[in-house]
Write a protein that binds this ligand. Structure first.
Ligand code: GRG
Length: 289
């Protein structure tokens, strides 16, 4: 996986030259090039590879998904949202470039990502590009990421329209699982996969995304700043609705293990070292029971 991450880093750097006005490109590039795990582009590329697509076909779309993810991190850290001064172990975007530029850098990443897919994707049919862009806009907007963030913010203020359990699932699916789903769906679409195969990877990503957010909730409770690269214990202090706050630490860990087991079961037949490595790494910290 290390070589794949290095390639993604190289491509992100290449796809994002610093043009005039430099301030905005530097702000976009700052958080983008900080060391992230690059899970979403890795999963996009690995899905495409497993289903028979050449890596060159999928690299622009995979990098575009990382750009969308980074946009969501920059905006999430803003004082009007999660208000975090650190991200990926370094000062958050607005701490370095100011709030106005951080908002604009997020907006610019959000719009540059589909531009990149259209301009740089090689060997895709017009129909494939259209479908990829459709998936991107649907999952990034009010039918995905934004919906998850809105309900997350509302729930912090105690405003719940649905039951806490339903609300929590909605937040996790839309705020977190959505980008893993987008990653594998786009990988599968680029590989021209059958609908049932796209659905199978989508189902994997849904479960993975839920497990990933439960993991994030657990880590917020039990980890340090050094481990997280951002402020620890924030969820508890802000009274956030999380798996840990709703079900307790033990139940959250049980749910996490159960989802990870389901992920292994779905992906097993593809014999993917990369998916196995991702699942192994994620489950190491929580441990088995
Ligand atoms: C799309 C316009 C628009 C707005 C986005 C701000 C926002 C709305 C959504 C927030 C989404 C968010 C930050 C969800 C948290 C998901 C999560 C657990 C992120 C951490 O992912 P990692 O651990 O991070 O993969 P690295 O840094 O490794 O990439």
């Amino acid at each position: 996986m290390k070589e794949l991450i290095d390639l993604i880093d190289k491509k992100l750097d290449e796809y994002m030259p610093v043009n005039y006005p430099e301030d905005i490109f530097k702000a976009m590039k700052y958080t983008l090039m900080l060391p992230g795990k690059r899970l979403r582009p890795v999963m996009c590329i690995e899905t495409a590879r497993l289903l028979g697509a050449d890596i060159d076909k999928v690299l622009p779309a995979a990098c575009a998904i990382e750009m969308l993810h980074v946009q969501s991190l920059i905006h999430d850290d803003l004082p009007c949202m999660d208000n975090d001064d650190f991200r990926r172990g370094k000062p958050s975007n607005h701490k370095v470039f100011g709030e106005a530029n951080a908002v604009l850098a997020g907006d610019a990443l959000l719009t540059f990502a589909p531009q990149l897919i259209i301009e740089k994707s090689k060997g895709l049919s017009a129909e494939q590009v259209l479908r990829v862009i459709h998936e991107y806009t649907k999952f990034a907007g009010a039918y995905g990421l934004i919906a998850g963030q809105v309900v997350d913010i509302e729930s912090e203020g105690g405003k719940l329209v649905k039951s806490p359990e339903e609300t929590l699932d909605f937040i996790h699916l839309n705020k977190t699982a959505v980008l893993f789903r987008l990653a594998v769906r786009i990988g599968a679409i680029i590989a021209n996969a059958q609908e049932n195969v796209i659905d199978e990877f989508d189902n994997f990503a849904k479960k993975f995304g839920l497990a990933f957010q439960i993991y994030d909730d657990i880590m917020d409770e039990i980890s340090s700043f050094e481990e997280l690269g951002k402020t620890a214990g924030k969820d508890k202090n802000s009274g956030k609705l999380t798996y840990v706050s709703l079900y307790g630490l033990e139940e959250a860990e049980n749910k996490f293990r159960c989802l990870i087991k389901e992920c292994y079961d779905i992906i097993d037949k593809y014999k993917s070292d990369i998916f196995k490595e991702i699942l192994d790494k994620l489950s190491q910290r929580i441990g088995s029971k």
